[in-house]
Design a protein around this ligand. Sequence first.
Ligand SMILES: [Ca+2]
Ligand SMILES: [Ca+2]
Ligand SMILES: [Ca+2]
Ligand SMILES: [Ca+2]
Length: 317
Amino acid sequence: MTQKQKKKPVYRVVIVLLSILVLLLLWLYLKEKPEKPETPQETEELETPETIETPETIETAEDITVYSFNIQIFGESKMHKPEVVAILVDIISQADIVAVQEVRSAQQEPVDNFMRLLPEYYQYVLGPREGRSSSKEQYWIIYDSRTIELVDSASWDDPQDIFERNPFGAYLKATHGNFDFILINNHIQPSGTLHEIAALPTVADFFSSLWDEKDVLIVGDFNADGQYYDESLLATVFSEDNYRSIITDEYDTTVAQSDNTYDRCIITVSAVEDYTGVCGVLRFDEVYDFSQYTIQPREVSDHYPIWARFFSDRDSD
Ligand SMILES: [Ca+2]
Ligand SMILES: [Ca+2]
Ligand SMILES: [Ca+2]
Ligand SMILES: [Ca+2]
């Protein structure tokens, strides 16, 4: 009896140990089980960047970033430098609009080839070949069709032949918002800065009446500094009553050691409500690590791109 009585607690201990083991195994199994849904969680993690893209799209929908870039002698030889092309593609892919100067090639092939390297939503308009000598240039406006609609474009017909390269205007509208505006693309002849720059308000007035639009952004390579132009004259041409200078005299828009504000962005006062107050010069020689490339920054261009950011939904005119 005593032996039997002694055996009973042993059975109990075994039963208790077994149940503990079963519970432990069950706990381990259940603990492992939630780990299995990690595969769907991983796909969820992959989906997250896609969801992040939406705020990014909203961001570009809120603000319109306008670039102006003299891509020095754009043509076939530039297109044959893959590193140059890669940098240009990267810069332009960040913009809603880029007003390009110095498309030099007689054939449109380099332009078409470049457009194929950009995301497919980028579209463009190319101005006529301009110039008094055999060396001609075209203005090229590239825009993100997701955020910008091109309504119309035209060249200033320059009845008194003031400009070597007649300014090229585009009437543009934000697709997500009410901001509509005129962008005038210019490459001012270095030897003709005084007369050409002085005529720009007339050009702005012409396009403003043509499209019945008060917001005008006059951008481009003005050659408005250094040996070509006394930059203090800009204030006399573009009066404070009618215009605001966005890229002001202190900016250096040249890749060279020299400090010159050749490239400009001047807006009409009606566009001040649309301007975020944020602008800059993209110093691509500091953004990209040229020690890894076989090219020099100067091979990209002798000019830095300039840029200014605008609201797409604050326009009242
Ligand atoms: Ca407007
Ligand atoms: Ca300056
Ligand atoms: Ca410089
Ligand atoms: Ca406005």
